[in-house]
Design a protein around this ligand. Structure first.
Ligand SMILES: C[S@@+](CC[C@H](N)C(=O)[O-])C[C@H]1O[C@@H](n2cnc3c(N)ncnc32)[C@H](O)[C@@H]1O
Length: 229
């Protein structure tokens, strides 16, 4: 759209980090999702990832969501100002409560796992196991510990800060997340190093009715070049 058509709204929030990481995130999603896909994004926050991904990929029907009013207002403000037709109005969704029915090709959760209680990740994995189609993708983005260790001093500092803000939050160990995922039929496909010591974690739902026996991952190595912001 022409910039002169754009009307800013006070409800629009702006996340500088989202603006930095949205293109690298899109590139990982483009590598693992088909051209046509039904995508549910949890914890969409400002809505800038949703706007960027839906605009770039008209064949993805992108459903943003969040649980707080400010985020929902921001997502809707971006959507109504400049969102494409394949970007749906946001829905209120608490990952630990009831989810919309219907099968999904992908679930996207950017910066949710470490900024929420562990029960949210448990609910996310359980619902992903139920609602993703066979070979559907669960995409996670954020900082993770690897084999119990922080991957950088800045992640260790960030972890301490998160736990000060809420003792139920914290940078999770990827092994623990993968073990939980495996219990719900979600198998690690790739880990991609991202800007600022974050990881993209791509899990794929095992073929039909495979829930419960997929705890071994073929490969938990880091794939691909480090993407720059
Ligand atoms: C750090 S923000 C991330 C926002 C956005 N994904 C980004 O990266 O800019 C965390 C988001 O998680 C949402 N959130 C927290 N607990 C949640 C839950 N139980 N279910 C769904 N969303 C939740 C918050 O409302 C907030 O928007």
């Amino acid at each position: 759209m022409a910039s002169s058509d754009f009307t800013a709204s006070p409800a629009m929030r702006h996340s500088p980090a989202a603006v930095r990481n949205r293109q690298p995130i899109l590139e990982v999603l483009q590598a693992v999702l088909p051209e046509q896909a039904e995508v549910l994004e949890l914890a969409s926050g400002s809505g800038e990832h949703a706007l960027h991904c839906a605009t770039a990929m008209p064949g993805w029907r992108w459903q943003p969501s969040d649980l707080d009013d400010e985020s929902l207002a921001s997502i809707e403000a971006w959507r109504s100002a400049c969102g494409p037709g394949n970007l749906a109005s946001p829905i209120r969704l608490d990952a630990t409560r009831e989810w919309p029915s219907g099968k999904l090709d992908a679930i996207v959760a950017i910066n949710l796992v470490h900024i929420s209680p562990w029960q949210v990740t448990e609910a996310l994995m359980a619902r992903a196991g139920e609602t993703l189609i066979a070979n559907g993708v669960l995409y996670l983005y954020g900082p993770y510990r690897r084999h119990g260790q922080h991957t950088s001093a800045s992640n260790a500092t960030f972890d301490a800060d998160l736990q000060r803000r809420d003792p139920r939050w914290g940078v999770r160990d990827l092994d623990r997340v993968l073990e939980l995922a495996g219990r719900h039929g979600l198998v690690l496909e790739r880990v991609v190093e991202m800007p600022a010591n974050n990881l993209s974690v791509v899990l794929r739902r095992h073929g039909s009715n495979a829930v419960g026996n997929a705890s071994s991952c073929d490969d938990d190595g880091i794939h691909g070049p480090t993407m720059s912001a």
